[in-house]
Design a protein around this ligand. Structure first.
Ligand code: UDP
Length: 240
């Protein structure tokens, strides 16, 4: 299928994309690599919103599994996403890309609060806007935060950077001969529980008609390639 063309996108990266060879935390070289991907896409003229997860530092569910109060643990997870946002901001600005971080949990000393109209202004001025702290409430994930921000910022698509090059009918890391879809409907992703993002995020994109582009972010230059309509990816969209 011919991919739809986009002008404004929201890129969602999981915290693990910043981890590099380690088991947790932030690897500066890896962060610089991710920032270079974003810069290359920006240099092509795209408007870019970013949402970064926090799983490389802390996940609420993991805390809850060890006996913590779930909401308390989720707030810790949200704070982790702010740290990642600041790391990516730093890397982008070292490359000369202007950015602003907007957090769903107010943190006046380190970043702006989420203000949609202000974010619009930043994009118009050519800045990358990094949305941190998910939706700002426990029991959600940064996938849902990404879908929410993509909707309110009227993004043409949500780009989900992963370690595989699209959506397959079985896990390609486990099943040899698994087939990749070029495109697939939201309802099928939900019905077959294909787990590209959490169900709330997929449903939000479906209801607001925002295609999700699943692609491999670990391959250098790939974001810009996929944005140019080349490279390998799966587009999740509302099918007739
Ligand atoms: N989180 C939350 N509400 C949100 C977004 C995130 O409570 O709106 C917490 C939740 O505990 C989650 C953690 O922040 O586990 C890190 O986010 P996520 O798991 O989405 O990160 P990723 O898997 O993308 O690295």
């Amino acid at each position: 299928m011919t991919r739809p063309s986009f002008k404004r996108i929201l890129l969602k990266l999981s915290g693990e994309a910043l981890m590099g060879p380690g088991q947790f935390g932030i690897d500066p070289d890896t962060v610089a690599g991710m920032a270079a991907e974003v810069k290359a896409a920006k240099d092509q003229g795209f408007e870019i919103c970013l949402v970064i997860g926090g799983g490389n530092i802390f996940r609420g569910m993991a805390g809850a599994a060890k006996g913590m109060d779930r909401a308390q643990a989720d707030y810790m997870g949200m704070l982790a996403t702010v740290m990642n946002a600041l790391a990516v901001q730093n890397a982008l600005e070292q490359m000369g890309v202007e950015t602003r971080v907007q957090s769903a949990i107010k943190m006046d000393q380190v970043c702006e609060p989420v203000i949609r109209r202000r974010a619009e202004r930043h994009l118009a001025k050519g800045r990358v806007v990094i949305f941190a702290a998910g939706v700002g409430s426990p029991y959600f994930t940064t996938d849902t935060g990404a879908a929410l921000r993509a909707a309110e910022m009227k993004c043409d698509a949500l780009f989900k950077g992963t370690s595989v090059d699209g959506v397959y009918d079985a896990d390609p890391k486990k099943v040899s001969g698994a087939t990749r879809y070029d495109s697939i409907g939201f309802d099928r992703v939900l019905a077959e529980d294909l787990k590209i993002m959490d169900a709330a995020a997929v449903a939000l994109c479906r209801d607001n008609n925002i295609p999700i582009v699943v692609f491999n972010i670990r391959q250098a230059g790939n974001l810009a390639e996929v944005l140019a309509g080349k490279g390998t990816a799966t587009v999740v969209l509302n099918k007739e």
